[in-house]
Design a protein around this ligand. Sequence first.
Ligand SMILES: *Cc1c(COP(=O)(O)O)cnc(C)c1O
Length: 384
Amino acid sequence: MSDKNLRFNSKTIHGGQQPDTAYGAVMPPIYQTSTYAQTTPGGHMGYAYSRSANPTRTALENSLASIENGAFGLAFGSGLAAIDAVIKLLGPGDEVICTNDLYGGSYRLFKQIFEKFGIVFHFVGMDNADKVTKYLNSKTKLIWVETPTNPMMNIIDIRAVAKLAKKHNILLAVDNTFATPYLQTPLDLGADIVMHSATKYLGGHSDVVVGALVVRDKDLADKLYFIQNASGAVCGPMDSFLVLRGIKTLHVRMQRHCDNGRVIAKYLANHPKIEKVYWPGFENHPNHDIAKNQMKDFGGMISFVCKGSSYADAIAIIEKLKVFTLAESLGGVESLAGHPASMTHGSIPKFEREKSGVVDALIRLSVGIEDEADLIADLEQAID
Ligand SMILES: *Cc1c(COP(=O)(O)O)cnc(C)c1O
């Protein structure tokens, strides 16, 4: 059966998967082994050492390639390990243009690790793709896009940036963690690399830390595989299994995240005590048209600010929530609430984070798949 003939909701379950050849197990077994018996040096069945390849990881990598409409998947020990591998394609003097309100960990990796090795990063607001043009030069090797952004829910036009990248022969990578392939498939929009923190929606159950890359080009896949094996930040067999299991319900979960997200975004927007709600599904969102065009729905991530509220007020609200758990991370079945200024964006100086809208009073929600009425009742009592 060729995956190409399957629709998305079938690919999540069957994409790149075959029953196990040993006993016909429907779910890929967890091959908890570091090494494999050889009949003669080099005489093995495709697996020699689990850093280089492991059958459970292969099953996950095939599934990732399938759901992102790619050809090659690579699974890493974390989302940041996957990003690390992409930047290792570059060398001293090379330049990267990236989204300005990036995930904090990506920003830290670029600024505090890779700048030391002579790679130059330009952080640019990409709400208008033309802004990227100003930073292009002969040393530009990579454009790094995150959309929707965290926590301001800005939307970047992947097609427009891809056109620019193609024209100048530059690689385009898209962090697709927030949207997932259920909502958008960046490779179809012209990106060369899709990256995931599978820790979030792909895993979906807040029980694992895993990263992923998906590409179409064989040369690029070979280079990334070389880095994955040489640097060694691979994903273990148990974690591979957990993400595979998560992906099988991705489409069902994501639609519910979107449905609940829509109800809560509208509830907050109509609440007299709320000043501003950030969610790309609103018609007055600055890039709503692009979101509508490149995404199937608008996701379950929402940020908001209460009227006249301070740093302490925002913390008081999230501490009062009972159904929403106060925690880092996102994308699990349970609803989470966070305070970006003190949590995810705590390491970014106040004036720096306020430039991109991350004010002290901002609250971020990862809306889960509970009953929407319970979520609204919880927000109601906390905001009151
Ligand atoms: C969490 C996250 C990452 C980092 O992934 P880890 O699995 O935590 O290493 C990167 N990008 C985005 C958008 C994220 O939310």
